[in-house]
Write a new protein. Sequence first.
Length: 763
Amino acid sequence: MFRFRAPSVPDVEGLSTSQAALAYAKAGWFVLPVQPGQKHPGSVVGNGWPQQSSRDPEQIAAWWAQNPDYGIALHAGRSGAVVFDLDKASLSELPADMADGLRQGVCQLSRRDDPDRGHYLFLNDSDHGNGAGAFAPFGEVRGRNGVIIVAPTPHAKDGGEYRWRRTGELPALPEALRRCLSAASSKEVPALTDAELQAFLTDPAHNLSKRPGRLTGPRSWFVDQVVSGASVHTSILEALCWAFRESVGGAYPAVDALAALQEDFHNAFGSDARGAGDRQSPAPNEFYNAAAWAAAQVKDADPEQIRQRMDRDDPAKAEVDEDAFWTARPELAQLRNFARSRRVGPWSMFGAVLARAVAVIPPSVVLPDLRGSYGSLNLFVALVAPSGKGKGTSEAASEDAVQTDPEVHSATPGSGEGILKEYAFKRKSEQVDVRNSVLFTVSEIDSLAALKSRSGSTLMPELRKAWMGEQLGFGYAADDKKFAIKRHRYRMTMVVGVQPGRSVTLFEDADGGTPQRFLFFPTTDPDRPKGRRPPNPGSVKLSRWPDGVLVTEGRDTEKTDGDNGETVFSFGMEPLRLAERADPEGFHVLQVAQVIEDAIDAETEADLDGTYGDDLDSHGKMARLKVAAALMWLNGRTDEITEEDWELAGIVKAMSDRTRAQTVGALSEIARRTNEARAKAEAHREVVREENADNGRLERAMNLVRKHVQEAERITRKKSREKLNYSIRELHAEAVSRLEAAGVIHVEQAEKGSEVLVWNTAG
């Protein structure tokens, strides 16, 4: 009588298949017969084979009595086993931890010449199915309802042979293999062959470039996973699936995705690579095995569904509840109606209104010290549109849309030093303060580019400092040039007109943090009421901020001429004291709702953990908070930024993010077209060079053949060819053909099929 237990593998050497089937059953395996030369577990018992597998010795004896040549299938899952079916010849082709795990298993080899190819058996303590997870590039997994064919069944293929290399009790599943299965999917398909992978990578439909910037997604995710200690192998499988899926959707070329992720994959190894464990280098062909498997999972995906999913995830196509913003408060509805009455974009005009509103908040009004120190309200805005499409008119309309006290002083920045001179100038060694608030305007981004490109330009660094409210100025050695405009002693806002195709001036400075400090607004208004323009609702009026020092025009009671003829003002009110350190005791610190403090804290925690988000949104929370403060002020309040202010600012920020993403996309598309044109031009030049080079080589070959034939009068074709050097010998036949066509030589047949080149005397 049999006594069943957890399965083990018996020694079946020398047994017939019927005897071996009984031995397997006695060792705890559910057994099925299979037709000779087949692997299908239902080839004998038919449909419903999972329920018909048996450990009953009488049933097994009856099956093999029907045909002693039946093969043996072991029902792995029902027997409590999980089997890794390795398709690679050697374990050395696998990641080290995975290979070490397989070596612990009970092993049946399946090829005579491949040292490690075969089945590796373990206890299935978690009822795992047949998904291979991270093992997929190297083979298959047989778990629940999985079967394997076992010795002494003859192998159906030449060179195949089922042979147990290790028998005995099945060990527990090693942790490395358990991790492999954690990412398993029931929808996995086998890896592509080399030819199939090449066809996938070179398919024109998989090599479009509609959204090349999206490739940063899978690349950044892979790096983040490895840094956090996740398996390099498992992470690259998921990253490749992500990237190849978007390539099928036309986002970027599959070959680019492959090259980029291959670089990231190899960079993940080394002494500091956490996700690579102790591995200093990947296993042979590990990356291409992973790519072949990943491509197989996505090659039949629906491109249109992928594009729809990308659209949902694409910040350039993000949905923004614009109506909820404009109808939330009377002043916002008034501003939208004002913009429409002037036939300008509400968002672009609103961006300029924000800059004007903040420009009349004294610099002593600050954000609370939620991170580092007190925050400045200084705010920068980019109005985005092609040339002549509403940037200038939006800014002009904003001047009428909001009335401020005092009036806003606007200027064009000339340079880093020019910015300072709008606030103060030097008279001999004395700094003379003029004003402490300026709205800088740049009608076209090209003007900013020209200023930025000047030798020794300090414009961009000064703007970055100004947005943070940091000290402005330069440490000149000469006293007559020294400027000092201290933290929180000045207010600066800026409005820049940006043509999307020329926005590289901003975005190439992303490493420095310049575009991160701008809010981006479109000049369009597709949802406007059609027909006649609505009536003008009048301007929004802002009274003077109740406390703090604010001087914009630089005029007061007394005017004198300086030693150099410059105009000098003396102020009847409290001095601006731009060069003196601001005393925090005199700050008007805006209070913020708890939800705002929590959001800033969460972003700070992520940064301290090293979990960084989108590089272009690195100042996102601070920019949103500045908008919330401006919305508070437009609402007639000066005390606290409320949760509603924060929520409305979130809509503004969402619009800005969408507009920025569209601008980056336009810039990428122009760069792509430029690169394509450059590549085509270079390819054409290369063809011309090659043609010219070939023509030159052919001409040399013809001259030498003509010379040799003329000197000898008759010469065999073979000997004539041998007289040419190796660099042009391949052109001998073409040279002879052209000389014969020109009547210079003719070719005669000689004995034994050889040919002779004969000089034509007349030629």
